[in-house]
Design a protein around this ligand. Structure first.
Ligand SMILES: [Zn+2]
Length: 277
């Protein structure tokens, strides 16, 4: 059974947790560190002959084009992570539409591959922003991976389906929704899809979650960020809780991903969809 592997391509200084202390107009002044992390990720994927989906920010495509081209040339799927990492919950519909259209075009022009996938910054397609699904469908996106079926202080739709499903926006726009992996335990969904959860939880928990999904005939979606492979990244102004979430077990990310790659079949969303047709 095939599972999906994805990376949200953004710099360490663009995460939501540091957005109070790091202004968008100051991004240009920070040390760029994507290159080294992408190198580590690409060589690990190459070792296992695995393709992945890279949800790339428009800002990254504009400012670090060569890194994005390298990902694409290595045979991976390029998808959109919006333009400037503003949460959908903080955008007006017309601004979201502009970002969805612009990032798609920038990435397609840069990589020469059709961009049909989208993931919102900080999984910010939630109950109040379901209109985003209509906008994405209208803009030519075929799938979305932004609705996290968990409870969280910043995002999540706790009762959303946990297997890939056809989602419908309030205006009737249909789009394939691919939720990050969760582990349903006693009526609650434990987030086991990746990111900080992968770093925090023992990797065995991820393994159990994937085995449980397989037993139920569900494909899992795993997500990670390049900065999670960068133990040397400079510290940023954040509150203690966010700093802990951002930095916990950075040194274990690569080992844990390797553990999963050794045990399960992963692929890009593009290949996963192709295998089901
Ligand atoms: Zn992001």
């Amino acid at each position: 059974m095939g599972h999906m592997l994805s990376f949200d391509v953004e710099e360490y200084f663009q995460v939501e947790a540091s957005s109070c202390g790091v202004r968008r107009d100051a991004w240009g002044g920070y040390e760029r560190r994507l290159d080294g992390s992408i190198e580590k990720i690409l060589s690990l994927l190459d070792e296992f002959k695995v393709t992945a989906t890279f949800f790339v920010m428009g800002w990254v495509a504009q400012n670090e084009a060569e890194v994005v081209r390298r990902i694409s040339r290595a045979g991976h799927e390029i998808a959109s992570h919006g333009m400037d990492h503003r949460m959908v919950t903080k955008l007006r519909i017309q601004d979201f539409r502009e970002q969805a259209v612009a990032s798609k075009k920038i990435l397609e022009d840069l990589c020469g591959q059709k961009v049909v996938g989208y993931r919102a910054p900080t999984f910010s397609i939630v109950r109040e922003t379901m209109w985003a699904l209509d906008v994405l469908a209208e803009a030519g996106y075929e799938y979305d991976s932004s609705v996290f079926p968990i409870w969280h202080d910043r995002y999540g739709v706790p009762d959303a389906p946990i297997a890939p499903y056809w989602a419908c926006g309030p205006e009737g726009g249909r789009i394939l929704e691919i939720p990050p992996l969760v582990w349903p335990v006693m009526g609650m969904n434990i987030p086991t899809g990746g990111g900080g959860y992968l770093r925090l939880l023992p990797v065995k928990v991820m393994e159990w979650a994937i085995r449980r999904a397989e037993k139920e005939g569900r494909s899992g979606m795993i997500y990670l960020h390049p900065w999670e492979f960068d133990t040397e990244q400079p510290g940023l102004p954040m509150n203690w809780m966010s700093r802990w979430r951002h930095r916990v077990n950075l040194c274990r990310t690569q080992k844990k991903l390797r553990y999963l790659l050794e045990r399960f079949a992963f692929m890009a969303v593009r290949e996963w969809r192709g295998s089901r047709n």
